[in-house]
Design a protein around this ligand. Structure first.
Ligand code: NAP
Length: 245
């Protein structure tokens, strides 16, 4: 692999993705972060990359669109060099509620952003990683808990992400590309505002053995470890970082 890792982080403008970008820049990665809408947030994270002395680009791309995903990786290669890492982090929920009330639009959007985009990005990364590499898929504890009464469709999408991790690790292992997952529990980010329950982390924290919700940097450390040479024998694993839930 090249001396300086070049890593694509989807949804790198806010929350867990932004914390991951900052953590990876501190660890010496050059980074392409992508985002969908919030250019100001992306520019702030980009400035933090440059403060560390690393190279970075912020690309506005909807990762559910195959053409925009291709463009994201084209821009990364053109401006930063061969891609060695991918963090499939972009994700959304929809409004909390029972499955019987789920609209087809919310169902398709949640599956598209959490699962289809991860497959599209992994495909581009796998095509372009020519000297080994590492992929980390951000899943959720929801994949095994099922999220009843909240968003079962999101949990199902994340279970699909875990299957992607396992299958792709076996397919790409012989090429020296490791594929792992991180399954966070409830973490303080804006994602809970979209679900209509911004205080959800406090509600869930009461059930967690550690008695609190997580903070984004606590997830970023796990992602960064799985991308690093220190995890050189780890592939096909899904690291749960969920406060005991
Ligand atoms: P967040 O704070 O809401 O941030 C989401 C990020 O994804 C933003 O950068 C957003 O960009 C980007 N994004 C959303 N849709 C996109 C699209 N179609 N194309 C490109 N970028 C898109 O979310 P988060 O809580 O950090 O979640 C990050 C990951 O962790 C997700 O996969 C989520 O499912 C997972 N996770 C979160 C929790 C939690 O409690 N927070 C728990 C378990 C798992 P814009 O700002 O431009 O929209």
């Amino acid at each position: 692999m090249p001396d300086t890792p070049v890593t694509v982080v989807t949804g790198g403008s806010r929350g867990i993705g932004a914390a991951t970008v900052r953590r990876l820049a501190a660890a010496g990665h050059d980074i392409a972060l992508c985002y969908r809408d919030d250019t100001a947030a992306a520019e702030t994270v980009l400035a933090d990359i440059h403060t560390t002395g690393r190279r970075g680009i912020a690309v506005r791309a909807d990762v559910t669109d195959p053409d925009q995903v291709t463009d994201l990786f084209d821009q990364t290669e053109a401006k930063l060099g061969t891609v060695t890492g991918l963090v499939n982090n972009a994700g959304v929920t929809s409004r909390i509620g029972p499955l019987v009330d789920l609209t087809p639009q919310d169902l398709r959007h949640v599956i598209d952003v959490n699962l289809v985009s991860a497959i599209l990005c992994a495909q581009q990364a796998a095509r372009r990683m020519n000297a080994g590499g590492a992929i980390v898929n951000v899943s959720s504890a929801a994949a095994t808990l099922g999220s009843p009464g909240e968003y079962i469709h999101y949990a199902a999408a994340k279970a699909g992400v875990d299957a992607l991790t396992i299958g792709l690790s076996k397919e790409l292992g012989p090429r020296g590309i490791r594929v792992n997952g991180v399954a966070p529990g409830t973490v303080w980010t804006d994602i809970h505002t979209v679900s209509g329950d911004p205080d959800r982390p406090n509600r869930i924290a009461r059930r967690a053995p550690l008695g609190r919700a997580g903070d984004a940097p606590e997830i970023a450390h796990a992602i960064a470890w799985l991308l690093s040479p220190e995890a050189s024998y780890a592939t096909g694993t899904i690291l749960r970082v969920a406060g005991g839930l």
